[in-house]
Design a protein around this ligand. Structure first.
Ligand code: NAI
Ligand code: MG
Length: 366
């Protein structure tokens, strides 16, 4: 059987720096009997510089063919004055749209060594491991009608929350599938008390749940969910919610655990012919122009994004656990990139020292 294929799009700013460290991890798995066919291409400002577009048609075509895409970050001050249609972010949006990546997975995971870093009490976050599934391609950000109109001599801003049954059904299935690979608990969040789209959401999710009798399904109003996430987040395993609530709740949950430099994500679409979902993995952070080119970037968010690829695209859950354990180990050993030090006076390690230490920890784990 052919090796699984990965398309790497490092992008701009710290994107290429953190991706160099991910390549070390990928190469290490290659030496352990898990080889990947890796190709690399341009996205964002880097692609604009080369082709005059933030994503070429050829790269788009490649992204559709591979088993998974791994993206660094796009954008930077150099491109701020470009026309909207060729801005670096458009490359990212084109990938999401044309691959139809409707399920955005954002884990909030707290490594014990960083529990002090949270704004919440240590015992509230230590050992936290939850996953928010946000619907990414529909809802109020896309619904029609929209716009600013004039009515009775004043301006009116309009957006429409709109969800079809099939849109809810497919993201619910992604969330249930995920719950089956995790703690078999799913909490669906909407506002069925005040929104018809929420009533339909609750209805469809309940219906889909009949196909997953092993998963314990609960429902919560999204505002109550926000409160519960800060009060006692460990009550959750997987949360599924719409685009707008997911935008807020995933940012809230992420920050429970500390630095932007630690946060991975996955965006999944429908299964391809080989059964794997269309998939793109990327850190939550951007191109960090303020630290780019200085060896200061934390590569962990991007490395953990690859761990998600191992788990969700390649069914290599054991290897994903091993990689996450290696990250946990270097943090427990006290290694910190500058973003993880806060006010402490200790010396930070560089991007490449962090990557090397994680590979060394992998080596030690066998
Ligand atoms: P940012 O995430 O790039 O940076 C915010 C702050 O966090 C900065 O101080 C940065 O140094 C720090 N930071 C981010 N990632 C880090 C890492 N791995 N290690 C250490 N520190 C890290 O967000 P910002 O500054 O708002 O945007 C910068 C550029 O990135 C803009 O052009 C923006 O459009 C783009 N961007 C791209 C995204 C993407 O490619 N998915 C997402 C967010 C922003
Ligand atoms: Mg957001």
């Amino acid at each position: 059987m052919a090796n699984p294929s990965l398309l790497i799009l490092p992008g701009d700013g710290i994107g290429p720096e953190v991706m160099t460290e991910v390549r070390k991890v990928i190469d290490w798995y290659g030496t352990q009997g898990f080889p990947f066919d890796v190709s690399e291409d341009l996205v964002g400002g880097a692609a604009y510089d080369a082709h005059g577009a933030p994503l070429s048609d050829e790269t788009m075509e490649k992204a559709q063919q591979v088993d998974a895409v791994l993206l660094g970050a796009v954008g930077g001050p150099k491109y701020d004055t470009l026309d909207f249609s060729v801005k670096p972010e458009r490359g990212l949006l084109r990938l999401r749209k044309e691959m139809d990546l409707f399920a955005n997975l954002r884990p909030a995971q707290c490594f014990d060594a960083l529990a002090d870093f949270s704004s919440l009490k240590k015992d509230v976050v230590a050992g936290l491991d939850i996953m928010i599934v946000r619907e990414l391609t529909s809802g109020v950000y896309f619904g029609e009608p929209r716009g600013i109109i004039t009515e009775n001599n004043e301006r009116v801003g309009i957006n429409t929350q709109r969800y079809t049954e099939s849109e809810i059904d497919r993201v619910a299935r992604s969330a249930f599938d995920l719950a089956m690979k995790r703690g078999k608990k799913l909490c669906s969040m909407e506002k069925a008390n005040v929104m018809e789209s929420g009533i339909l959401w609750r209805d469809v999710v309940t219906e889909v749940g009949k196909d997953y009798p092993e998963v314990e399904l609960t429902h919560m109003y999204a505002d109550a969910g926000a409160m519960q996430l800060t009060r006692w987040p460990k009550q959750f395993d997987v949360i599924v919610t719409d685009n707008l609530f997911g935008d807020l709740l995933s940012d809230l949950a992420a920050m429970l655990t500390g630095s932007l430099g630690m946060l991975p994500s996955a965006s999944l679409g429908l299964p391809m012919a080989n059964g794997r979902p269309k998939a793109m993995y990327e850190p939550v952070h951007g191109s960090a122009p303020d630290i780019a080119g200085q060896g200061k970037a934390n590569p962990i968010a991007c490395i953990l994004s690859f761990a998600m690829a191992l788990r969700y695209s390649f069914d290599l859950g054991t290897q994903a656990d091993q990689l996450e354990a290696a990250v946990e180990k270097v943090l427990a050993d006290g290694l910190r990139t500058a973003d993880l030090l806060g006010e402490e006076g200790r010396d930070p390690v560089s991007t490449s020292e962090m990557g090397d230490a994680i590979v060394a920890a992998l080596e030690d784990s066998i």
